[in-house]
Ligand binder design. Structure first.
Ligand code: SAM
Ligand code: ZN
Length: 408
């Protein structure tokens, strides 16, 4: 590979089936030794390998779902080109990639050539919105549009939505998790047009706000949305939303929006249609955030396809074990749509010691409720039990532990 042409130190790496040249991480480390991808002349973040693994699995599963021989994917913020190359090599896709930065385009083209996928991947220098609009004008029928920006995907969503001809996936990453989880309320209101607040389930809040925003933007262009998969990992949110053109489909998706509620006094979590409600359990003043998506975070039928795709492709992924774990957790927790509880926060409200989250899940299941751990937080659990039952179960557990201590 002609990396000698590049005016910065480089390194050859392998990710999935792609072998690419990237800026040498050793040249862009902070004083504490941590690699800072944003300092490099072209962006490549090895920590996002897992994000790209899942993107490959989703593409393969979706191809099977819609029975398309070759997927057509747009990746208008491509950086080093690694994601686009992986879509071509590992999902057999035709990929239209672009980046606004000439250094990124130069490196991505080198990488495309070195992987022998010139027939499958084109890379242009363009602004993402202008590039997507151009693809639409040219009549390119896209099945997946992967929006993987710095920060928020919001500025690119309208064009992406309009570039889906009839049916296709918008795959969006958001790394602006501080606003989405309620830490920067003004930025949250500005970027996503929502009533900001801070719940105890802030990671789920972040995912549901982005999913809800995609649904609202899609509805304004008369597309309905089905959330195939939505999750939180490391420091980002990722949503795979399937869009399908149609006014009644759009109306139907809008019916899945609501407001998230969190009561800091009694720990109540839930949804409401009324953005000015009080706590239905204790009457306290609650945190209310939204509109956000209130439906399942994954589609069970699609999860089955994803799991079978994963079985077939486990050898070529960068982090297969992590994908197995995420899918296992999501399949269990997706059947419960109510937001997760933070066990430590509930116990602090009740002034009691925290039991193991697994014991709480088992206790609720013994009472006949659905309950599961959550991928969002190791201290979290989710259940369809009413709030009263959740609190009673915790108090009963505490009383049992106290009795056992006395007996000993
Ligand atoms: C987070 S990086 C992309 C990483 C890449 N998707 C991956 O998986 O490795 C964001 C990229 O978007 C590019 N970019 C920023 N603003 C843009 C715009 N308006 N249009 C197109 N590209 C843009 C940056 O140059 C950068 O390469
Ligand atoms: Zn309350």
């Amino acid at each position: 590979m002609a990396s000698g042409k590049l005016p910065y130190p480089t390194r050859r790496i392998k990710e999935g089936k792609a072998e690419i040249i990237v800026p040498d991480p050793d040249a862009y480390r902070r004083k504490d030794g941590v690699y800072e991808p944003a300092w490099a002349p072209v962006f490549y973040n090895p920590k996002m390998r897992f994000n790209r693994d899942i993107a490959i699995l989703v593409a393969n599963a979706y191809r099977e779902m819609i029975g398309q021989e070759r997927l057509v994917v747009a990746e208008p913020l491509t950086g080093s080109g690694v994601r686009a190359i992986r879509y071509a090599l590992e999902a057999d896709a035709q990929v239209y990639a672009a980046d606004i930065d000439p250094d990124a385009v130069y490196l991505a083209r080198l990488n495309v050539e070195a992987n022998g996928v010139q027939e499958r991947v084109t890379v242009e220098r363009a602004d993402a919105n202008e590039y997507l609009a151009k693809l639409r004008r040219e009549g390119v029928r896209l099945s997946i549009i992967d929006i993987d920006p710095f920060g928020s995907p919001a500025p690119f969503l309208d064009t992406a939505i309009q570039s889906i001809s009839v049916r296709g996936i918008i795959a969006a990453t958001a790394t602006d998790t501080a606003p989405l989880s309620g830490t920067h309320p003004r930025a949250l209101r500005r970027r996503y047009d929502v009533q900001p607040a801070r719940t105890a389930w802030e990671k789920e809040q972040a995912v549901r706000l982005l999913a809800g925003y995609i649904i609202r933007r899609a509805a304004s262009h008369e597309y309905g949305v089905r959330i195939l998969l939505a999750y939180y990992a490391d420091y980002y949110v990722r949503v795979y939303a399937e869009l399908w053109r149609g006014a009644s489909r759009a109306d139907d998706s809008l019916s899945k929006l609501g407001y998230g509620v969190y009561c800091p006094y009694c720990g109540y979590t839930g949804y409401t249609d009324n953005p000015r409600t009080r706590c239905p359990y204790c009457g306290g003043t609650v945190q209310i955030v939204g509109p956000l998506y209130t439906g399942p975070l994954c589609n069970q039928e699609f999860m089955e396809m994803l799991r079978s795709t994963l079985d077939k492709r486990v050898g070529s992924l960068a982090e297969p074990k992590r994908a197995v774990k995420l899918f296992e957790q999501l399949s269990l927790e997706c059947t419960i749509t109510k937001p997760y509880y933070r066990l430590d926060k509930l116990c602090s409200i009740l002034h009691m010691n925290m039991p193991k989250p697994d014991s709480m899940v088992e206790a609720l299941r013994r009472k006949g409720y659905k309950a599961a751990r959550t991928h969002f937080d190791p201290r979290g659990f989710r259940t369809n039990a009413p709030h009263t039952e959740v609190l009673n179960t915790l108090i009963e557990m505490q009383a049992r532990i106290a009795r056992e201590d006395d007996d000993n």
